[in-house]
Ligand binder design. Structure first.
Ligand SMILES: *Cc1c(COP(=O)(O)O)cnc(C)c1O
Length: 387
């Protein structure tokens, strides 16, 4: 800081004064820190990036008050809530849309429990693309409003999320749309692996001992495994961090599979948790999650609703981070991981905070439309009436 040399009274408002000179101004603006920084390890050809919003480059927070309160002096938070639509889904969306912009594809589709759909609607709006989203009928109204405000077409699928995925994928094949479905399009994992590169860079080109991550369909965790493995392949690291996946107690198919007692459909209640982002009955790439966790020497664990809600409060109260329950799951899992000896309190541990609660605000619904669809013909008919 230049030293404050006095103050002026300007119409009753106090203005601090400095010893003015050009040396006080910031130097040349640095190149921005976004996920495109790693484009040599992404399927992005040369030439300018067309995607119009800044993606990634999210902060790695040293959380001093949370470290003190939880007795974990080397804890970090990778804050993915800072992406444009407030979740890590923005990375995958950006890479899929970047590919579509280069190939001249005008429509993108996805099914989603909520956040991938919001990210897709917002990203498509900014890129000038049409988004056609498939959600289950219990999708949060606020998330639905955000999608229509971004002019997306939204189809509610009565048979639930798995049926929404099937319909979105069938529409992509039938109509030649971009398929952003998580786990189906390999670009979703490519984009999300950049979190591993950022954490490594932000820790001073070092890897943490462990990383704790919420798990729904699986790409977030599997992508971290791929990113860390690529750092080893590039000769920049010698070992990978342990990956610890967290699910909600009421819907924990992968924790059950990990423990060797697979869950039956009756054991899984996605509506029983406030963590909608990880309430997935049939994880798209569950086997890849189990494999990545095993190879990393990590584990999978389930947390209660009260632990999830208390983690939301602790993130707000001790770290200044606003998170939705799925976004706070890694913190909810930390205590449990320490108790079970999966993580030592003195280790360097990174919690991935994946998303923040989003509100549509008071704006009226946008130009997008909401319809119910059970099959492709209903989708085709609805879109044919579009003006
Ligand atoms: C999607 C999502 C997850 C889970 O990510 P997967 O890649 O599906 O395992 C976790 N938290 C939030 C906030 C999400 O939106």
């Amino acid at each position: 800081m230049g030293s404050v040399t006095g103050s002026l009274d300007r119409a009753g408002c106090e203005w601090l004064q400095y010893d003015y000179g050009s040396a006080l101004m910031a130097g040349t603006r640095p190149a921005s820190f976004t996920m495109w920084r790693y484009r040599k390890l992404l399927p992005v050809p040369d030439g300018p990036v067309r995607y119009p919003m800044p993606i990634g480059g999210t902060p790695l927070l040293s959380v001093p008050a949370l470290r003190k309160a939880s007795g974990t002096p080397h804890l970090w938070i990778k804050d993915e809530t800072r992406n444009p639509s407030a979740s890590n889904k923005d990375r995958a969306t950006a890479l899929v849309i970047e590919d579509g912009l280069r190939r001249g594809v005008g429509t993108i589709t996805t099914a989603s429990t909520g956040n991938a759909a919001v990210a897709t609607a917002v990203g498509a709006a900014a890129a000038g693309m049409r988004a056609v989203i498939f959600v289950s009928t219990d999708c949060q109204p606020d998330k639905l409003a955000l999608m229509t405000q971004a002019r997306a077409w939204v189809f509610r699928v009565p048979a639930g999320y798995a049926a929404a995925v099937d319909l979105s994928r069938a529409a992509a094949r039938a109509f030649g749309w971009l398929d952003r479905n998580t786990g189906a399009n390999p670009f979703t994992i490519e984009a999300k692996k950049t979190v591993a590169f950022e954490v490594w860079e932000q820790l001073g080109r070092r890897l943490p001992d462990a990383m704790i991550v919420p798990v729904g369909d699986g790409p977030t965790l599997v992508a971290l495994d791929k990113g860390f493995a690529e750092l080893v392949s590039c000769g920049l690291a010698t070992r990978q961090p342990r990956l610890i996946g967290v699910q909600a107690e009421s819907c924990q198919p992968l924790v059950r599979a990990w423990s060797g007692v697979p869950a039956g459909p009756a054991d899984l209640n996605p509506a029983g948790t406030a963590a909608d982002g990880i309430a997935v009955v049939r994880p798209a790439i569950g086997d890849a999650v189990l494999d990545a966790v095993r190879r990393s020497g990590g584990s999978l664990l389930a947390v209660t609703e009260s632990a999830l809600l208390s983690a939301v409060a602790t993130l707000a109260g001790r770290a200044g981070v606003g998170a939705e329950p799925a976004g706070a799951a890694a913190l909810a899992g930390l205590e449990c991981a320490v108790e079970r000896g999966l993580v030592d309190r003195l280790e360097t541990t990174v919690l991935l905070v994946t998303g923040r609660e989003v509100k549509a605000g008071g704006a009226p619904p946008g130009a997008g439309r909401v319809a119910v669809a059970q099959g492709l013909d209903e989708v085709e008919r609805a879109l044919a009436g579009e003006c």
